[in-house]
Design a protein around this ligand. Structure first.
Ligand SMILES: [Zn+2]
Length: 199
């Protein structure tokens, strides 16, 4: 499933495995708790492919409306996947609503992590998994210190150039820090855990 980025990497692509993982974690039950974790991606041609979605883990703190990942486990995953050339690019979590949208806390805390963590990315990906079938039930955005851009889903038919692009200002530059240059690799190795904060 593709979402339009509009920079040198044109698409943010979710692998089938990641989509299946999201589907399994949907908050279907009355009392089911939020789930979440990290997103790891690699480059493939003109796309950034989200190949792995980690979590939730038993050591995460979870309730119906809150998810706080275990920061030690989060850093272990960043190190492990980095060795396999997969880069941390953001976080995902579930909401018990049909068509999900971020809470003010989601935006505030993601922004805080973006500003205060040590990383080489120009934006973080924020994914929220809702109850409706995808893509309706999948919220995908890019956040930096100031901007928040919701990414548009591109169906296979519209992928040529009719796919709409919401607020294109950020996408052209976004995620450029992932490009695998020496400096970004160093930065990624140095990266501290995404700070512990809730979604
Ligand atoms: Zn949330």
């Amino acid at each position: 499933m593709n979402f339009k980025l509009g920079g040198p990497q044109k698409y943010l692509v979710f692998s089938e495995e990641v989509l299946r993982h999201f589907e399994r974690q949907r908050q279907r039950g009355m009392f089911s708790k939020e789930a979440g974790g990290q997103l790891f991606a690699s480059y493939s041609g003109d796309s950034i492919v989200i190949a792995i979605a980690t979590g939730p883990y038993p050591s995460d703190r979870r309730s119906r409306y809150r998810f706080t990942p275990d920061p030690v486990r989060a850093q272990q995953d960043i190190d492990t996947h980095f060795r396999q050339r997969r880069h941390f690019i953001g976080n995902w979590h579930t909401h018990p609503e049909e068509v999900p949208s971020p809470s003010p806390t989601d935006v505030k805390n993601t922004r805080r992590r973006f500003v205060e963590s040590d990383h080489a990315l120009e934006a973080f990906v924020l994914v929220i998994v809702g109850l409706a079938p995808f893509p309706r039930g999948l919220y995908v955005s890019l956040l930096d210190a100031i901007r928040l851009n919701v990414l548009a889903h591109c169906s296979e038919e519209s992928i040529s150039n009719t796919c709409p692009l919401y607020q294109p200002a950020v996408q052209a530059r976004s995620l450029a820090g992932m490009a695998g240059t020496g400096s970004s690799k160093k930065a990624a190795r140095r990266r501290k855990p995404p700070m512990q904060s809730s979604f």
